[in-house]
Ligand binder design. Structure first.
Ligand SMILES: Cc1cc2nc3c(=O)[nH]c(=O)nc-3n(C[C@H](O)[C@H](O)[C@H](O)COP(=O)(O)O)c2cc1C
Length: 177
């Protein structure tokens, strides 16, 4: 009898979930859907998730637009409500509205710091960070069309795909060292 073929590249071998809060222009949701496509994952909002449901997953992505230099309170609060899960793998992703010239090397990591700290306290291992520009018409910016118009663009989505593949590879390499 023929055995079903085992494909180690099949994303379904890693149970993944992508959680995102995105409201300004759905910029971060575009990144979430791209990453989820690679991982074969569902996309949920923090409001759609009960903390105990995360037990079912090997890899969880937490994403948000950046508002006042951090994640949305709904994502931060979800992290506060998680139970301790030693070594569960997570990654963080975001879109920011700062103009490219103002973005330093540590900018994405700095915006992720509060969320990273909350996950660490809960035993999660954050294995990667992704950030890119997103269209921003917050406040007075709307009077002249905003900044980062057209972002995330196709290049950003391609980078998000590459990032998602790297996250899968990292989880697999720790599961099968
Ligand atoms: C209320 C508000 C606050 C913001 N604060 C920041 C900020 O502190 N730093 C930044 O780089 N961008 C900031 N932005 C821009 C957003 O991070 C950017 O537009 C992002 O792509 C929005 O993501 P979303 O469309 O998924 O909500 C802010 C936007 C809003 C609406």
């Amino acid at each position: 009898m023929n055995q079903p073929e085992h494909n180690p590249e099949d994303p379904r071998n890693v149970r993944s979930l992508v959680i995102v809060f995105s409201y300004h222009h759905n910029n971060t949701e575009k990144i979430a859907r791209t990453i989820a496509g690679v991982l074969g994952a569902e996309v949920k909002t923090p409001q759609e998730i009960q903390p105990e449901q995360l037990r079912e997953y090997d890899l969880i992505g937490f994403g948000s637009g950046i508002y006042s230099a951090t994640f949305d309170p709904s994502v931060l609060t979800l992290a506060d409500r998680l139970s301790f899960a030693h070594g569960r793998k997570a990654f963080l992703f975001s879109t920011y509205g700062a103009p490219a010239f103002a973005v330093t090397r540590d900018f994405v990591a700095d915006n992720h710091e509060e969320m990273r700290g909350k996950l660490r306290i809960k035993g999660y291992e954050v294995i990667g960070d992704f950030g890119c520009a997103g269209w921003n018409t917050n406040s007075f910016l709307r009077f002249f069309g905003g900044i980062n118009r057209g972002r995330p663009d196709s290049g950003d989505l391609a980078n998000a795909e590459t990032f998602a593949r790297a996250m899968l590879a990292k989880v697999r390499s720790t599961e099968n060292p």
